[in-house]
Design a protein around this ligand. Structure first.
Ligand code: ADP
Ligand code: ZN
Length: 605
């Protein structure tokens, strides 16, 4: 294909249908076109792909893109072809004739981009072939896979280090969304890119609203949440296979189009669920963390954690799958003391002491995030070393700050109950004693004679539990998991007990009546910034049309158009091809393929 000589912003508009570059995209693209190596760290959904796709069109020769997952490559190539770009994929699952056709197009210089699996790329034969053709660049997507520090180490990535030396004049660009500093340094070392221009954009995903709630009735809490997201795409993560099955079943029972996904299912069944999700034939996938790396669906509107993740890294990565298209999305985490205990149990079973220490630290940070009494986004970004100058206004704590109160007396009651019970009982028992329960064990143990017996009758069990949780996270108490989860006093408790230190805690949450359900079109209008019911209705019809077209062509729905593009159509309601081109996400190829049928659908309203 001829090299594009127009400006890169013209390419952005003509080919991809976007009006403006996102932060850093233009700089990165210019650096690569100028022939520099680059290291790009951008959060998920930040728009990494364009950073090498546009240079691929502006430099002579073919761009070779390495990506770890076949499904990801296929989806990206489908999307590029739909935009009229000459792209193809080469992988081990292809029939011989299919790959020989791709290879002959490669030799003929017909391809702008070739996606290839790492193991295929580093075979001697293939590298030999590459020396005989003109290369625009190498792009290494998910580059953290090269590092053993990261969470997705793939041995076949290690040999990619040879590219820099074997092809000294071809720029190499490595891209990742991985946060961890150690991994970043290691990636550059492993790939031999000491001279790479490094581009780091922040980790903030401003369109994702973060919320966490303590589990009271998790199934009911989940259903309540899903009612606000009727018909939208979402993922619900749960920790065990059994739980995944149960939750998926429950959702189907109430009419949600939900599927289950976990590593215990066979590959065919898993692929079926994934494809149905990509094609919008399933709205919700309930999954273990096995579901994720291959999911490049831009219009995932929510991610729910049904159990607390073990680390903030995991939480960030999983919630990051929401809202890649930049439209509003929600992340809800449900968590409980039981989840904390389960994770602590796993950590205690780890033999290596250093690793136990690291994992304990990660878990504690996760708990602190769950318990946050100030802006949750600040807590999240703070973990990655990024400072927000002000509260975000788009998290549950910002929009509904918890009320705090002087809890010194409550704390004294709680701590002295633990003390009087000789630090030998768990939270449930201590709460029962405080509330003056006449349970058999308490009477048998003679604990009704203690001075603390019945001094906490003014609070419910849940309210006391909340107070104890907060005292644990403030470090006054700890849970001894090795000893039947009994509560122990820490040294800091002494000052509170002696009346030398005041304690402020968040008011224990009172069960809150659920808000009245707004009509469906109004909800959708809110999340996509549609202004009228008429627009919302048109959006629904366009979505249906997209689903049909995607099914006909066997491509994921977003390859036809992303939600953002449909929403823009519903707002602008174009009547001519020229107006249709102004829609965000419509380039020349999309106009040609879909303009007529969408214009007709819009006119029919
Ligand atoms: P990443 O690989 O960083 O997770 P992608 O490259 O898949 O993200 O981009 C996420 C979404 O944002 C895609 O739907 C993409 O088309 C869209 N996008 C990228 N750049 C722009 C832009 N400049 N304007 C509008 N949308 C964009
Ligand atoms: Zn906030």
């Amino acid at each position: 294909m001829p090299v594009r000589t127009t400006s890169t912003s013209a390419t952005l508009a003509d080919v991809f249908g976007y009006a403006e570059f996102r932060p850093h995209q233009a700089e990165i693209i210019d650096a690569i076109i100028a022939g520099h190596d680059a290291f790009v760290l951008m959060p998920t959904g930040g728009g990494k792909s364009l950073c090498f796709q546009i240079p691929a069109l502006h430099r002579a020769g073919t761009a070779i893109v390495v990506s770890p997952l076949i499904s990801l490559m296929k989806d990206q190539v489908d999307a590029l072809c739909a935009n009229g770009v000459a792209a193809a994929v080469l992988n081990s699952s292809q029939a011989a004739e299919q790959s020989s056709e791709v290879l002959s197009r490669l030799r003929a210089g017909e391809l702008d981009l070739l996606y290839v699996s790492p193991e295929r790329l580093v075979t001697d034969g293939f590298l030999q072939q590459l020396t005989r053709i003109e290369l625009a660049l190498f792009a290494i997507d998910e580059a953290h896979c090269v590092s053993q520090w990261g969470h997705d180490f793939r041995p076949e990535y290690v040999q990619l280090g040879c590219l820099r030396t074997r092809f000294p004049h071809v720029p190499v660009v490595a891209l990742t969304a991985t946060a961890d500093e150690q991994t970043r340094t290691d990636v550059l070392r492993q790939l031999n890119l000491p001279e790479a221009r490094t581009f780091v954009t922040g980790f903030d995903r401003p369109n994702i609203r973060y919320a966490a709630a303590y589990k009271i009735k998790p199934a009911a809490q989940l259903l309540d949440f899903l009612k606000q997201h009727d018909g939208e795409s979402g993922i619900v993560y749960a920790l065990s296979r059994r739980r995944v099955e149960e939750v998926a079943e429950k959702l189907r029972d109430v009419g949600v189009r939900a599927g289950a996904y976990h590593a215990g299912m066979n590959a065919v069944a898993r692929a079926r669920v994934q494809e149905a999700f990509m094609g919008d034939r399933l709205d919700v996938v309930v999954a273990t963390v096995a579901f994720g790396m291959g999911i490049d669906k831009p219009d995932v509107r929510f991610v729910v954690h049904y159990d607390m993740p073990k680390s903030i890294e995991g939480y960030y990565q999983e919630t990051g799958r929401a809202g890649r298209d930049g439209l509003p999305a929600e992340a809800l985490m449900l968590w409980s003391m039981q989840d904390v205990m389960t994770s602590k149990g796993f950590i205690d079973a780890v033999a290596n002491e250093e690793q136990r220490r690291i994992e304990t630290h990660k878990l504690n940070s996760m708990i602190a995030f769950a318990e946050a009494l100030s802006c949750r986004r600040r807590a999240l970004l703070g973990y990655f070393g990024e400072e927000l100058t002000e509260d975000c206004g788009n998290c549950d704590v910002c929009s509904d700050p918890p009320e705090t109160y002087d809890a010194t007396i409550d704390a004294q009651k709680a701590l002295s109950a633990v003390y009087r019970l000789s630090e030998r009982f768990g939270m449930g028992y201590v709460v029962d004693v405080l509330r003056g329960s006449e349970g058999q064990r308490i009477l048998e143990n003679g604990h009704d004679a203690l001075s603390v017996y019945g001094i906490g009758g003014e609070y419910s069990k849940d309210e006391w539990t909340s107070i104890f949780r907060q005292l644990i996270h403030r470090g006054y108490l700890r849970v001894d998991v090795a000893e039947y989860s009994t509560l122990k006093l820490n040294a800091t408790a002494a000052a509170v007990l002696r009346g030398e230190e005041d304690v402020r805690l968040a008011r224990p949450p009172a069960p809150r009546p659920t808000a009245e359900k707004p009509p469906k079109s109004a909800k959708r209008a809110r999340s996509l910034a549609l202004e009228t019911d008429e627009q919302a209705e048109l959006f629904e019809r366009l979505r249906e049309l997209r689903r049909e077209l995607a099914e006909e062509r066997s491509v994921p729905a977003y390859v036809v158009f992303a939600d953002a593009a449909l929403a823009d159509m519903a707002r602008r309601q174009p009547t001519t091809p020229e107006e249709f081109l102004l829609v965000s996400g419509v380039g020349k190829a999309k106009l040609e393929q879909y303009g007529e049928v969408f214009l007709r659908a819009i006119a029919g309203s």
